[in-house]
Write a protein that binds this ligand. Structure first.
Ligand code: UN1
Length: 514
């Protein structure tokens, strides 16, 4: 059977995927044994078939992985940051070679269309380039001391072993946002990927291993695929891991914050989104409709940044609905590996059920389905993207349903639009479409969008890696990933004062025992 799969998808062989794969790697050439471990099946949402199996890591495997990462930290932290950057540059080049293969594996394992699969690998390449530059820019400040012949400054040191927990929807890019930055700062890391996308993680680990081997390094990047209840909890409770960066549901994030917070560890949390676009009546609708389509239907509605709500000025409501339905009708649904497909499957049968449950819950709350939401009659997990009208922030609108379900909510005044916009628990990404400076500036002001990302005439999804990525309220704790100064979270700050005088003056002018 597996031979057939290999023949059908030759990229699996290029990426080193086997019929039964080890789920734990403590470094170069050290994949831990598969014997005696429970097997996890990787299921393709394209047709529901099993692609390959993965031996789940045990607690003992976890121990081996952490110990290796800890030991490697002793070496890695002593390599000058710009030299670490050069090693990351090699990793970026190796990723470039495997962009097509890895992009296709992402598509096969989680169902996003292949253009988006390859786009995701490009995002990983972009952040590795960013990290190379950053390796020469890990700046601290200098301050003027209040004391004569004293110098004061700060510097940043690496933290140690960083835990990276990723979800199925961006099985490569989200790891890379964390790992590339953590690596140049001098940290080593352990990756716990989603059980829905273990093969993507194994393929990436193999690419990383090859690069690290060339440089005589071993365990900068390590991997552990196991049950949340077993290795996940161990990781959260592990005092040897000073930072956990986790992507997933708000419920999961609360658990991470609780457990890691209790041991005073750091967390970066990237949790649920409920992203809206405000459409003012002066908006360029040609742009807006395209942005909504990409935002709501891209990745089959399974991005954290997916557009879930359109808040539309009443005067253009009818036109927007008509144009959106027309655009939705043109979405070709099918095999995501086929380059003509616009929307592939959702990740699982459960995702279809969640979407249908949400649609069924709408009428009693005053909502109404106006398009889509039908199962597609073919093997795999396919559903047509849906549009629903909602009178306001009814309960279903306040809940993130991780599927292609878009709500349209009318408004009359900008105040009302912003109130609706901010009136949900989540706060990741947001956008306004308008040609008015007054409205766009209002949206970006302190009395505007309350999200971590706020765009003008651009949709809610598809952020570049150069900016900080993260949200507020139920989306997270203010932690950010990717660009800007996100790197500071992966390091510890040290403030130093040096006295080069022959006196010992005290700060605040205190005279003590003189
Ligand atoms: C996510 O959905 O978890 O901004 C990440 C975007 C992508 C990343 C999304 N660059 O849509």
């Amino acid at each position: 059977m597996f031979n057939e799969t290999l023949q059908k998808y030759s990229f699996l062989k290029d990426l080193g995927i086997e019929e039964v794969n080890s789920g734990a790697c403590s470094g170069v050439d050290t994949w831990l044994p598969t014997e005696g471990r429970d097997l996890l099946e990787s299921i393709s949402p394209i047709d529901g078939s099993v692609i390959a199996k993965v031996a789940l890591a045990t607690s003992e495997d976890y121990e081996n992985v952490i110990k290796a990462a800890q030991e490697e930290f002793q070496t890695w932290q002593m390599i000058p940051a710009p030299k670490r950057g050069l090693i990351i540059r090699d990793f970026g080049d190796e990723l470039r070679k495997y962009k097509d293969a890895l992009g296709q594996l992402i598509t096969l394992e989680m169902g996003k269309i292949v253009a988006e699969g390859k786009g995701e690998v490009q995002e990983a390449i972009d952040i590795s380039d960013f990290a190379v530059g950053l390796s020469r820019q890990l700046y601290g400040l200098t301050m003027k001391s209040e004391r004569v012949k004293h110098r004061m400054f700060e510097q940043y040191h690496p933290l140690g072993v960083v835990g990276i927990i990723t979800s199925f929807n961006f099985p490569v890019a989200v790891w890379s946002w964390n790992s590339m930055i953590a690596a140049v700062t001098g940290d080593t890391m352990v990756w716990k990927p989603s059980s829905q996308t273990p093969l993507c993680a194994i393929a990436v680990q193999k690419i990383a291993n090859r690069v690290m081997k060339r440089h005589g390094l071993k365990s900068v990047f390590t991997l552990v695929i196991g049950r949340g209840s077993e290795v996940g909890e161990k990781l959260l409770n592990d005092r040897r891991v000073p930072l956990i960066s986790a992507t997933g549901s708000t419920r999961m994030g609360v658990r991470v914050a609780e457990v890691v917070g209790k041991r005073l560890g750091r967390t970066i949390l990237e949790l649920g989104g409920n992203n809206a676009i405000i459409l003012m009546e002066d908006a360029n609708l040609d742009l807006a409709i395209r942005a909504i389509l990409f935002g709501a239907v891209g990745t089959a509605g399974q991005r954290c940044t997916t557009t879930r709500r359109i808040i539309v000025q009443r005067s253009i409501l009818k036109e927007v609905e008509e144009r959106l339905i027309k655009a939705y009708k043109q979405v070709t649904i099918g095999d995501p590996l086929d380059p003509h497909t616009v929307m592939g499957p959702v990740v699982s049968q459960q995702a279809i059920k969640d979407m249908l449950d949400a649609i069924n819950a709408l009428p009693p709350q005053g909502g109404k389905l106006i398009h889509g939401g039908e199962r597609v009659n073919r093997k795999g997990f396919y559903i047509t993207p849906a549009i629903a009208e909602a009178p306001g922030n009814i309960q279903m609108v306040c809940t993130e349903t991780f599927a292609p379900l878009l709500y349209i909510i009318p408004f009359d005044t900008i105040d009302e639009a912003i109130e609706l916009h901010n009136g949900v628990p989540q706060g990741l990404s947001s956008a306004i479409f308008t040609d008015s400076v007054k409205y766009s500036e209002r949206f970006l002001s302190t009395i505007g969008s309350d999200c971590g990302i706020a765009n003008v005439n651009i949709g809610t999804s598809g952020a570049e890696i150069g900016g900080a990525f993260g949200g507020h309220k139920d989306t997270g704790n203010g932690g950010v990933e990717a660009g800007s100064d996100a790197w500071k979270q992966y390091m510890k700050r040290q403030t130093s004062t040096i006295n080069w005088s022959d006196e010992l003056p005290l700060a605040q002018g205190i005279k003590f025992g003189e």
